[in-house]
Design a protein around this ligand. Structure first.
Ligand code: TXE
Length: 484
């Protein structure tokens, strides 16, 4: 029995209050590299979610009574438990999501970093004093919400489970995780690691469909704070459902991110950054921050594209458990079909498919696709406007900076952008005009802890990965003190 089968059967057999309740129905766990069912996860119901909320409220009261120092020490202990099984969990993510093991090992390490980063910030959830008169003044106090519902997307399962529960836990909230139904295994195992360390109910997970378990969490009056990572259509549904209880909601949504290439660049370096920026090696291009639109100055477009195609074609595609494998399968069949459709859409719209977009030779099973590069892309085409969330790159050209800015900002999204030039002036002038929450200058899609990450326009509400995220999981209460 493989590790993931052990995990999957563990997920559906053992029951501990903070792991998903036994549910009358289950959802299949499919290994995207083999298309085989390797287990099941509980399809939690609204009733299961309500029970989880009750336990979270209970545990959350105790957790909030701890000093921040004690909470952070316990979370650092949890981080040590995580580190002990990091490789195991990375393999679980690879078998569950299809992402290459090297990428998932990176995620497991990054997850530990996020936990340490926020555990180091515990004392920063502080208020202010507001001077007034000698006998009257104001203070503000930051309090936890109580229970936070943390709904996550499928593409970085463990990193999201750990990295996105750290800040709300440090702030004194109980967290109920709702991972994607496509990749829930490592989240269940992570929550298991907290057993006996955190009070019962402080960190728990519900699994199942978004329409049932996810929506139940958003609609439950006992969960005043919702943080969602996922697609724009679901983000809208979450906002609507949360409106009933006027909940505080943060959204990390999709992107259609540009990489801008000025004519003065070091072309080999820029082409290599284009491949890294697509996150092909970490999650087969399934990343909200991927820069999938190459906006290249006309004068260097052909040479840049030739170099990009050479690098893309050289990527090693195969079984994601292989240490030297760079690109794995897409994570689930429905999405695989969707990305395959976009290849046809691109061709039917008149763009030129220069390379890729096919099942790799010799990989007859599994949701595999060779990374694709399109040229002759008109900015109004669907492949230039819509988030594909897969290994498909569109190359568009520009001649003047105003045209480039119009191209870059000409989509509904505003998550990231990457500007490549040797000129600091060009870089900053472009950065100031780009409508994106995060801009790399000569970057490679890396995000150090502490740098706020959040989208403009349809890419979301709020920021993560920084002190702002921690404070976003607190409510600020104002107190007017009168010395009598
Ligand atoms: O999202 P979905 P996916 C975005 C990415 C892409 C999408 C892919 O850009 O658009 O996520 O992830 C649950 N009420 N980001 O396909 O389908 C569902 O069960 C409550 C952005 O997973 O939106 C899953 O757990 N919950 C990001 C989660 O929502 C519901 C980083 C997401 O599902 C629900 C990564 C409902 N009605 C991906 N319906 C960033 N910006 O950081 C579904 N869900």
């Amino acid at each position: 029995m493989t590790l993931a089968q052990q995990d999957a059967s563990a997920a559906s057999s053992t029951h501990r209050d903070d792991t998903p309740q036994q549910a009358s129905s289950t959802l299949p766990v499919i290994n995207p590299a083999t298309e085989e069912q390797i287990g099941t996860i509980p399809a939690n119901t609204t009733t299961d979610v309500a029970a989880a909320v009750e336990r979270a409220r209970e545990g959350g009261r105790e957790w909030a009574s701890y000093s921040w120092r004690r909470r952070c020490d316990l979370l650092l202990d949890l981080g040590r438990r995580l580190a002990d099984v990091a490789d195991d969990l990375a393999l679980t993510d690879t078998i569950d999501s299809g992402n290459p093991i090297s990428g998932m090992r990176h995620d497991a390490a990054r997850a530990g970093e996020e936990l340490r980063y926020f555990s180091g910030l515990g004392g920063e959830a502080k208020g202010d004093t507001i001077p007034w008169t000698a006998s009257q003044f104001g203070v503000t106090m930051r309090e936890p919400y109580g229970v936070v519902g943390r709904i996550t997307a499928y593409n970085h399962p463990l990193l999201y489970a750990v990295g996105k529960s750290a800040a709300p836990l440090v702030a004194g909230n109980a967290v109920i995780l709702k991972p994607s139904e496509h990749t829930s295994l490592s989240t269940i195992r992570f929550v298991d690691l907290a057993a006996g360390l955190l009070p019962e109910g402080v960190l728990s997970v519900v699994t199942g469909t978004g329409a049932e378990a996810g929506n139940a969490l958003v609609e439950h009056p006992g969960v005043p704070r919702i943080a969602f990572t996922g697609g724009v259509p679901t983000g809208r549904a979450v906002l609507r459902a949360a409106a009933e209880h006027i909940k505080h909601v943060s959204l990390e949504l999709g992107g259609k991110n540009p990489m801008v290439v000025f004519p003065d660049v070091d072309l080999p370096a820029a082409a290599a950054a284009a491949v890294s920026g697509m996150n092909l090696r970490r999650s087969t291009g399934q990343s909200c921050q991927s820069t999938s639109r190459m906006l290249v100055h006309t004068s260097i477009a052909q040479e840049f594209t030739d170099r990009l195609v050479t690098l893309v074609d050289a990527l090693r595609i195969g079984d994601p458990q292989g240490d030297d494998v760079e690109v794995g399968p897409l994570s689930f069949n429905e999405h695989y079909q969707r990305v395959l459709d976009y290849v046809e859409v691109g061709k039917s719209e008149g763009a030129t498919l220069v390379t890729g977009g096919k099942r790799p030779v010799g990989l007859d099973r599994g949701y595999y696709l060779t990374p694709a590069v399109f040229t002759d892309v008109d900015p109004r085409m669907r492949i230039a406007q819509e988030e594909i969330f897969g290994p498909i790159i569109s190359v568009l050209t520009w001649t003047d900076v105003d045209q480039m800015v119009e191209l870059a900002n000409g989509v509904e999204y505003g998550l990231t952008a990457n500007v490549w030039t040797r000129s600091l002036t060009s870089a900053f002038q472009a950065t100031q005009r780009l409508d994106a929450g995060m801009v790399w200058v000569n970057g490679e899609a890396t995000r150090p802890a502490g740098v706020p990450f959040g989208g403009f326009k349809h890419s979301g509400i709020g920021q993560e990965g920084s002190l702002g995220e921690l404070l976003g999981y607190t409510r600020e209460k104002s107190v007017i003190i009168n010395l009598v």
